[in-house]
Design a binder for this molecule. Sequence first.
Ligand code: FAD
Length: 406
Amino acid sequence: MTDVVVVGGGPAGSLAALTLARRGVRTLVLDTKRFPRDKPCGGGIRHGVYRRFPDLADYLRSTVAIHEIRRVLMESPSGASVLADGGAPLYLTLRRTEFDAALLARARAAGAEVREGARVAEVLRSAGGVTVRTVDGRAFAAKLVVAADGVNSVVSRAAGLNRGFSDETLALDTMEETDLAPADPETMYVAYGYKGYPGYGYVFPKRDCVDAGVGFLLSFFKRELGGAPYAHHARFLEEARARGIVHGRSNAANFKAYRLPLGGPLPRTVADRVLVAGDAGGFVNSYTGEGIYHAMVTGEHAGVTAAEAVASGDGSAAGLARYESRWRNEIGRELADSLRIQRRLFTRPRLADAIVRAAAADPKLCRLLARVALGEEDFSKRRLELALRFLLARFRRAPSARRGAG
Ligand SMILES: Cc1cc2nc3c(=O)[nH]c(=O)nc-3n(C[C@H](O)[C@H](O)[C@H](O)COP(=O)(O)OP(=O)(O)OC[C@H]3O[C@@H](n4cnc5c(N)ncnc54)[C@H](O)[C@@H]3O)c2cc1C
C-alpha cells in the first residue's frame, strides 16, 4: 500500500513527493496531464529560490534553461516609471514545461511513483486512511493525501476546506510565451495597476523567448471590464510594442488565460488525513502574483509533516497542524502583508502612482520596494522606513519620471 498520495505533479506536488520519498515514505503522485506539460504562467521566480532550495540549485541550472533578470522597470497607472537595478540578479525566468518536468523527474528519481493521465475525481476519508478515485474508475488507498492539484483543487473541496475560490479572491491572468524580442533581455517590465485597473501587465524576457500578459481581479473583469481576455492581452502587448519594450507582435496561437488565487491562504489547510499545498491552498503573493516559490515551500512543508504523520500513525487534523505553523513561520507574514498591499493598491491607483514617483526620486526606496516584492525584506519590519522615505520623496521633485536606482 502507498503511504501518501500526492494529487498534482506541479511545483507543490513535486516538492511534497521529493521530500516524502527522500524520507523513505512510499509515495504516489497522480496527475491528470502527461509531462512535460504546460502550465499557463509567466514563469518568473525570485532568485532567492536557489538559497531556499540549495540541493536543487545545481540540478535546475543544469536541466532547465534559466534566464537571470537584473532589472525591473516598474510603471504606474499614469505612466510614471522607475528602473530598479540592484546590480545582482533579482529574478529567474524559465519555461514551466521544462521546470515542472525537471522537478517531477527529481521526485521520481528519489523514489516516488508517478502515474500520469490520472485525473482524480473523488477522495473518500475514513478513520483508517484515504481512498483516491480517478475519473476512469481506478482507486488508490493511502494513509494520507496531499492536495497539490492547483487552483481548481478537487481534493481540498472533498476535504471540506474550500468550496471554491470566489471571484473576489481570484485573478484572470493571461500569458503568451512567444518569440517577441525584448528591448533589454535583462529587464522585466511590470505595469502595476495597468490602466488604473485592479491588476497588472508584465513582460518577462526568457532565455529564448518572451512571456507576457495581463491580470485582473476576476470580479472586476466580470463586472466592469468584460470582453474577450485576448483583446485586453493583445492591447497591452501592442502598447508595449509601441513604446519599445518589446519588438514583434502578439501571436494568438500562443495565448492562454487561467485563474490564479489572489485572496491569501485558506483559513484551514489541513483536515483529517489531508494537507493542502500550492495554489490549491491559495499560497500566492497577492500583489505580485508569484506562486511557484510558495508552492515549492508549502509542498516541502507538507511533505515533512506528512512523513512525520506516517511515522507516528497520527493523520488527524490535530496531528497535521504542525504544517500550518511551519508555513506560517516561513511565509505567513509575507502572504498576509501582500494581501494588505494588494487591497490598498488595487483600490487606489493614485497611491501606486505616488509610490512609483517617490521610488524614482529615492534609489534606496526603489531598491527596498523591489526587495519587499521579492520576499527579501519583511514589509512589516521595514514599514516605518518605507513610509518615511515615501513621504520625504514626495516632497522632493523627481528630476525625471524615469531614473536608475543602484
Ligand atoms: C497567467 C499566469 C501567470 C503566472 N505567472 C507567474 C509567475 O510569473 N511566477 C510565479 O511564481 N507564479 C505565476 N503564476 C502562478 C503559478 O503559475 C502558480 O502559483 C503555480 O503553478 C502553483 O503551483 P502548484 O503546484 O500549486 O499548481 P499547478 O502548477 O497548477 O499544478 C497542479 C497540477 O495538478 C494537476 N491536477 C489538477 N487537477 C487534477 C486532478 N483532478 N487530478 C490529478 N491532477 C490534477 C495539474 O495537471 C497540474 O499538473 C501565474 C499564474 C497564471 C495563471
